[in-house]
Ligand binder design. Structure first.
Ligand code: ZN
Length: 276
């Protein structure tokens, strides 16, 4: 008994060292080393962890090649960027990749609720609290979950190429659009595009009724402006399970789902993950 246990523990230990912490994945996202895109950086095969801009990066094994799957922020400078790898032998190395330009067009929206464009002091307290709450959820790193990097869109509707738009609300410049808007009538069901755990839910100032789903290894998705939220924090959801309905809560001009995908705590273009 004791010997068998020992052999088991030894094999498990070896397996952990050999397979490192890369997850096996069936499909990669579309590679696009641009601001707001995703870089697929081959590691050489012996990395146990990877970091980019001080955040942990998803390491994945696909058809015999190990990749660091790096989310690049919309604010990224063009040129050489580096991923730091920790190796099986305890050493460290770097892999570089080049971020090239992508032009995002402007979008000008008129919001009738002026407070949603210029919040008052009380609103700001709420906004800062909510932003800290969401940031904590976006920073989650859960290795017990198996991320899926190609998924169905969470709702049937008109998918706009709205990610990255440089936005002006009532002629005032604001942060670029960090998700994809899918227009659909109020009440249209929204389905989990991949399995995971509900990391947070809330009714937020800008995002309205919101869900954050954790799919593991830093892959986290966000659903906003919902009419109803049909899940609770900590709940496990399966692919295709209904999580809520389309609405128009928060800062909106009409009913739609705002869907964001997050890798290494960075919002990236959801279009790169959609399975046709
Ligand atoms: Zn949006």
């Amino acid at each position: 008994m004791r010997i068998r246990f020992f052999v088991h523990a030894l094999l498990l230990g070896l397996a952990l060292i050999n397979s490192a912490l890369a997850v096996d994945i069936d499909s990669l996202p579309i590679a696009a080393a641009v601001p707001g895109g995703v870089a697929l950086v081959p590691t050489g095969g012996d990395a146990v962890s990877a970091r980019y801009r001080n955040e942990r990066v998803l390491l994945a094994e696909h058809e015999g090649t190990q990749y660091a799957i790096v989310g690049i922020p919309l604010s990224a400078k063009l040129g050489e960027h580096e991923v730091t790898l920790r190796l099986t032998d305890g050493g460290q190395t770097r892999r570089s990749f080049t971020v090239t330009d992508k032009k995002y067009v402007e979008q000008r929206l008129t919001i009738t609720n002026e407070r949603q464009v210029n919040p008052n002091n009380e609103d700001m307290v709420r906004i800062n609290r909510e932003s800290a709450e969401m940031n904590e959820a976006f920073s989650s790193w859960d290795e017990s979950l198996q991320p899926v990097l190609r998924m169905r869109a969470p709702v049937e509707g008109v998918r706009s190429s709205s990610f990255g738009l440089r936005r002006f609300f009532n002629e005032q410049p604001r942060a670029p659009h960090s998700g994809m808007d899918i227009a659909a009538p109020e009440g249209t069901p929204i389905y989990a595009p991949a399995g995971g755990v509900v990391r947070a839910t809330g009714n937020y100032f800008f995002n309205g009724n919101t869900i954050i789903l954790d799919h593991g290894h830093g892959l986290i998705t966000l659903y906003c402006h919902m009419n109803t939220i049909d899940v609770t924090p900590g709940q496990r959801v399966e692919t295709g399970e209904q999580i809520g309905k389309v609405g128009q809560t928060g800062r909106v001009t009409g009913p739609h789902l705002h869907w964001s995908i997050n890798l290494n705590n960075t919002r990236v273009d959801p279009a790169l993950f959609i399975q046709d």
